[in-house]
Design a protein around this ligand. Structure first.
Ligand code: HDE
Length: 706
């Protein structure tokens, strides 16, 4: 019998697909589902009854001697470890880094020596301010932390998706984070900076203004981890075999280009699917659609550093790509999801101090502080200095040292020698240092008085903020003004709103005016006192997301709303066009069991209409029958599906029969170039080609009046 079903690109998992590996090995016994391992306690004692605790009498108290019950509850009670003090919510995946060329002239780091060499890697993406259980689409910086398991030890490049930071000196980090997280008296708001404490701190810290421009841009509401850039932020050093040092800034460029959502969409995604980003990464890797980034280096010497307008040790500044081009040297591919979230994503410990021979630090005061903080925090979080033995943290090369014992010591070398020098001779004496191959710090010359100062060269806080704003397209500039207006509207203290606007006056008069108007400030404040006047730097086009579109719809997802009786050829044509582009699709149906198409084919639903609002898709299609349109135009969730897609300036495909729904959703009278009518299957290709622009931005001024 022919299989009369049409499914989307997402195959549903069956129970049989799921690998059961818990408790592998040991004795087995027969149950209804087959031969399974015998359930045991942690001590390996076979368990006869896991449903009932041991009681005295039929309705009596539980006996203290019920070791199985006590062990089970005891372990459960201790399942949680402290969440990260920042970047608590994260999602990780495995992959590899592949070098395109040998960089042996610049660095002796092993992973950069041989073209084509692959180094295993683990990446954890995160939000900064929210707690572990917060929502993925918070307006926030994203962490982009990469652990490279090189043949000369682990190198952690613990970066963000924004190339600058809020503060210049690590000593301010606790203040910044306290101000950003929930207010201590009330414990809210969480996972958002739209509150008084945050903007109070920022408005009192001019050094934070540049990063606030980035934070209020669309960079902080990415569509997916897969469509984000990453940055090492600080200036690091690369050191070659001759000991020559070259300064470097690290960049990650997503192969599929950058993409963000719009703010109203972000708010709604958080409700519809708080796991939107992690689900997206998981699904794309499981589907074999492996996310990829290229590693780019900005390389420079002391001479460049001297001549550059800003201090290269100041993490609130970038070096524009137009001044110092990026050299692409390799790619990072994420091709494997974790087997166990806790063991890998939660227990992974990134430390900025983890560098390998050929890579070194600079005196960036933020980096210097980080080098203390990460190791320190891992001890608290993971509970023992032996966290380096956890498989996710262990180097993929042998380790040999004389450190020993401690909580949870899992790798305990044999033999007598636990110190050096010793006179036990040969292998019995244990490892010894190797001056020829071991890590050597770059012998930078340092001297001077001990001072608690901020260098003069760090004093210009506004010029690059202005440059960033000027580098954005008009649509992006509007989003920045809207984001400031939104966040400051949540600030109750009017003086703080005005103080922020006083800084924006030093960035761009027009931006300050838009925000002041948006807030209905009674009077425009005076510009904030500035240590340095704002320079009018030339725009850096590379800083815009919309100015650098991807020109593909690959990796994106279409939501197709269907009803019973839909024309099967239209559905097939659209599915084919989407698949040919390398994009994904989901069928959204009135009932999850699916719809019966015109020819009787069962089209299985991926989502029920109220479980998949259009915010979770990049573009939508509404393909209905006459009866289907009649039904769905009375269904609020179907109307929202269309209204939201329209408001979020998405491309919309429809068939003629769907018009009653478009009318009820109040979009029929405003149909614009973002709509494509699918008269026949051939029109689907036109629709997908149109979707490569990702959004129909021309519509935005028409749907936003306030
Ligand atoms: Fe972090 N940061 N940070 N940070 N950071 C942590 O370490 C810290 C900074 C970044 O997925 C903590 O393991 C200080 C810049 C990422 O596990 C902690 C300062 C950048 C992650 C810490 C900074 C980052 C962290 C908390 C100011 C971008 C998540 C948990 C000097 C270049 C890593 C942990 C993961 C995590 C300290 C500033 C990125 C407390 C003191 C700048 C991606 O140690």
């Amino acid at each position: 019998m022919p299989d009369n079903r049409l499914t989307s690109s997402r195959e549903s998992a069956t129970f049989a697909d799921q690998e059961v590996i818990r408790g592998e090995g040991g004795e087995t016994h027969q149950v209804a589902g087959g031969d399974v391992p015998v359930l045991t306690t942690q001590q390996g004692i076979p368990v006869s009854d896991d449903q009932n605790s041991l009681k005295v009498g039929y309705r009596g108290p539980t006996a203290l001697e019920d070791f199985h019950f006590r062990e089970k509850i005891f372990h459960f009670d201790h399942e949680r470890i402290p969440e990260r003090v920042v970047h608590a919510r994260g999602f990780g995946a495995h992959g590899f880094f592949e070098a395109y060329e040998s960089l042996s002239d610049i660095t002796r780091a092993d992973l950069f020596q041989r073209a084509g060499e692959k180094t295993p890697a683990f990446v954890r993406f995160s939000t900064v301010a929210g707690n572990k259980g917060s929502a993925d689409l918070a307006r926030d910086v994203r962490g982009f932390a990469v652990k490279f398991y090189t043949q000369e030890g682990n190198w952690d490049l613990v970066g963000n998706n924004i190339p600058v930071f809020f503060i210049q000196d690590a000593i301010k980090f606790p203040d910044l984070i306290h101000a950003a997280k929930q207010e201590p008296d009330r414990g809210f708001p969480q996972a958002q900076t739209a509150h008084d404490n945050f903007w109070d701190f920022i408005s009192l810290s001019p050094e934070a203004i540049h990063m606030s421009l980035w934070a209020m841009s669309d960079r902080t509401i990415p569509r997916s981890f897969r469509f984000m850039e990453g940055f090492g932020v600080h200036t690091f050093r690369l050191v070659n075999a001759e000991g020559k040092s070259t300064f470097v800034k690290f960049h990650w460029k997503p192969k599929l280009g950058m993409q963000s959502v719009v703010w109203n969409e972000a708010l709604k995604i958080n409700g519809a699917d708080p796991d939107f980003h992690r689900r997206d990464l998981w699904n794309s890797i499981q589907a074999g659609d492996f996310p990829e980034w290229e590693l780019g280096l900005q390389l420079f010497d002391e001479d460049f550093a001297e001549k550059f307008d800003f201090d290269v040790l100041d993490s609130t500044k970038i070096i524009p790509e137009e001044i110092l081009p990026i050299r692409v040297v390799g790619r990072l591919v994420l091709d494997r999801c974790v087997d166990n979230f806790f063991a890998e994503t939660e227990q992974v410990a990134f430390c900025t101090q983890n560098i390998v021979p050929g890579i070194d630090f600079t005196n960036d005061p933020l980096l210097q502080g980080r080098n203390f903080s990460y190791l320190d925090t891992q001890l608290k979080r993971l509970g023992s200095p032996n966290f380096t033995y956890l498989p996710i943290n262990a180097p993929k090369r042998p380790v040999n040292h004389f450190q020993q014992d401690g909580h949870m010591a899992m790798v305990n070398p044999k033999g007598r020698a636990n110190y050096e020098p010793n006179s036990w001779g040969g292998a019995a004496g244990g490892p010894r240092e190797a001056p020829d191959v071991g890590f050597k710090s770059y012998p930078a010359e340092e001297q001077g008085p001990k001072l608690r100062i901020r260098p003069e060269s760090f004093a210009d806080h506004y010029s690059q903020a202005r440059q960033f704003y000027k580098s954005q397209t008009p649509v992006e500039q509007t989003h920045i003004a809207d984001a400031f207006t939104f966040e400051l509207s949540k600030v109750k203290t009017v003086a703080i709103r005005a103080r922020m606007v006083s800084h924006l006056l030093n960035v761009d008069q027009g931006l300050a005016q838009k925000v002041a108007t948006g807030l209905r400030l009674e009077a425009m404040p005076k510009p904030a006192d500035a240590a340095r006047p704002t320079k009018d730097l030339p725009p850096s086009p590379a800083l815009s997301i919309l100015g650098n579109p991807p020109d593909t719809f690959k990796g994106r997802k279409v939501g197709i709303l269907l009803s019973d009786g839909v024309d099967i050829d239209l559905v097939k044509g659209l599915k084919d066009a989407i698949t040919a582009e390398g994009a994904m699709l989901e069928f959204v149906t009135p009932m999850v069991g699916g719809v019966k198409a015109s020819d009787g084919t069962l089209i299985e639903g991926d989502e029920k209409i109220n479980g998949a609002p259009s915010v979770v898709y990049d573009a939508v299609a509404v393909l209905l029958s006459d009866d289907g349109a009649k039904l769905l135009s009375k269904e609020a969730t179907a109307r929202d599906f269309v209204t939201d897609a329209f408001a979020h300036v998405k491309f919309i495909a429809y068939n003629a029969a769907a018009m009653p729904l478009l009318e009820k959703a109040c979009v029929a009278a405003d149909m614009d170039g973002g709509f494509t009518e699918l008269k026949s299957a051939a029109d689907a290709k036109t629709f997908i080609t149109t979707c490569r622009k990702l959004r129909f931005w021309e519509r935005e001024p028409k749907v936003k009046q306030v």
